[in-house]
Unconditional design. Sequence first.
Length: 184
Amino acid sequence: MKKYILLLAICLNLSLISCGDKKANTPPKTTTEEIIESPKEEAVFKIKLNAVILNDDEFEIYYQDYNNKGYSYKTRVTKKVTGSPQAQDVEIVLPKNTFPLSLRFDLGLNKSEENIVLNSVEMTYEDFNMKLNSQEFHSFFVPNGYIKYNKETGVIERKVVDGKYDPYFNSRALFQKKLGLEER
C-alpha cells in the first residue's frame, strides 16, 4: 500500500511540475476579440467635401456608371447644407454598390452668389481612397461658365449669367480614366 501512495505522490508531483513548465513555455492565449475580423464596410461610394459655405443651400452630385451613360435626375444625390463661416464636411453617399465612371458637382440650387472656399474633396469606396486639395481638384474637374475657380485658394465664385444660374464642375477625361482603372 505504501508503494501505491508513494507512486501516486510522485505522479501527482510530476504532473504539477510539468503543468507549471508548460504554462511558462506556452504563449498566452488570444482573446476572441483579437481573432474576430472587423466587419467589412458597405460598398458605397462616399464623397466628402470640406468647404466654407456661408449660406444654406442644396448640393447635387450627378453620376454615370455602366447602367447609364448620361446625367439625369435618376442618377443624382442631393444634400442640404447649413451655412457656416467655419469649414465643414459635407458628405454625400451614392446608392449602394454604385461605382461611378464620371461625376458632376452641382454647387448650389439657391441663387446665392456668395463664394465657397473648397479645401478638399475625398472620395472612398471599399479600398479606393482619393483625396484632392483645391489644386488637385482642378486637375480632375472643370468648372462651367457659371463658376470662376481659383485653384490656388480654392475660392469658387458662383454667378448668374444672362438670368440663368447653374454652377457645376464636371469630370475631366483624366478623372474618368482614373475611375475606369479603379472600377469595382
